[in-house]
Design a binder for this molecule. Structure first.
Ligand SMILES: [Zn+2]
Length: 159
């Protein structure tokens, strides 16, 4: 059999990592930013994905609401390893090989991740603090936004 890193990872842990990346220790409503949140069970397809209801505005959301991972076809763990590899400064081509993705998909994923993990709304985009957080998130575990930016430039040059 072919050994793939994504088959060695635990979904539950990946969701845990996303929660930490986007919220830190306290869940916040992506619609109104309230912190009064009730848990509403897990996703039916993906057991690691926690659902919530906001006591402030009454809207429901889950771990991936308003993140770049929602609505894409790749499983969350593929995104998380991708992010990890970007932090290690691997090229998009190397990442595509490791994750068995086609080159076009890998390029799109790299672009999406470099724009930030949490989608920016107009009102939050005004805050410098939010921007800094997102740059940090893009750089992943290494906390090296500069390395990721440099890699972008080089990828553009080599195609
Ligand atoms: Zn709310």
């Amino acid at each position: 059999m072919e050994l793939r890193i994504q088959n060695l990872l635990d979904d539950e842990r990946c969701y845990e990592a996303v929660r930490k990346l986007r919220w830190g220790s306290e869940v916040k409503c992506p619609h109104c930013a309230a912190k009064e949140i009730v848990k509403r069970g897990r996703d039916e397809q993906e057991a690691g994905r926690q659902r919530y209801e906001c006591k402030g505005c009454g809207k429901r959301f889950d771990d991936l609401t308003n993140t770049v991972f929602a609505g894409h076809h790749q499983p969350l763990k593929v995104w998380m390893i991708f992010l990890y590899f970007l932090g290690l400064n691997l090229s998009t081509r190397q990442i595509a090989q490791e994750l068995n993705l086609n080159k076009g998909d890998a390029h799109r994923m790299a672009e999406v991740l470099r724009s930030g993990v949490v989608e920016q709304k107009p009102e939050t985009a005004l805050s410098g603090e939010v921007e800094c957080d997102e740059v940090y998130v893009v750089a992943g575990h290494k906390g090296q936004p500069e390395a990721v930016k440099k890699r972008t430039a080089r990828d553009d040059a080599t195609g």
